[in-house]
Write a protein that binds this ligand. Structure first.
Ligand code: 5GP
Ligand code: ZN
Length: 117
C-alpha cells in the first residue's frame, strides 16, 4: 500500500477527520477511534512508512520525534501516572494499519500485564 490509499495518510491530508492532539511539519498525534483505555492516542510520522520493518536510517530523526513527544502528550491527555507505548509490527505483531504508528495508552488505572504466559 502506498500513501494514496492509506487511512493515516488520508488523516494527515485532512480527507478523514480525526481528533488531533498535536501537529507539526513532521508528526501528527490523534485519539484512537477505538480506545482501549481512558487515554489512547496515536503518534505518526507524516511521511508514509508502512511499519518498523520498512523504517531505515532516513527515518530515525522523525521516529525520535514521535517517541520524544509521547511523554508530554500523555501528560497533557491526563495519563499522569504512566502509560505504555506500543508499535504493532507485521502479522505477528497484529498490525492492522500499515502506516507506522506509536500507540500511547494510559489513564488512571493500572494497565494489564503486557503479555500473559
Ligand atoms: P494497529 O495497526 O497497531 O493494530 O492499530 C491500528 C489502530 O488504529 C487501532 O487501534 C484502530 O482503532 C485505529 N484506527 C483505525 N482506523 C482509524 C481511524 O480512521 N481513525 C482513528 N482515529 N483511529 C483509527
Ligand atoms: Zn500512510
Amino acid at each position: 500500500m502506498t500513501g494514496d490509499d492509506c487511512i493515516f495518510c488520508r488523516i494527515v491530508r485532512g480527507e478523514i477527520p480525526a481528533r488531533k492532539l498535536y501537529e507539526d511539519d513532521e508528526i501528527l498525534a490523534f485519539h484512537d477511534i477505538h480506545p482501549v483505555a481512558p487515554v489512547h492516542f496515536l503518534i505518526i510520522p507524516k511521511v508514509h512508512v508502512a511499519s518498523l520493518y520498512e523504517a531505515g536510517p532516513e527515518h530515525q530523526a522523525v521516529l525520535g520525534k514521535v517517541l520524544g513527544m509521547a511523554g508530554r502528550l500523555a501528560r497533557e491527555a491526563g495519563a499522569a501516572d504512566g502509560f505504555r507505548c506500543i508499535v504493532n509490527t507485521g502479522r505477528v505483531g497484529r498490525q492492522e494499519v500499515y502506516h507506522l504508528h506509536l500507540h500511547v495508552i494510559g489513564g488512571p488505572e493500572t494497565l494489564p500485564a503486557m503479555l500473559r504466559r
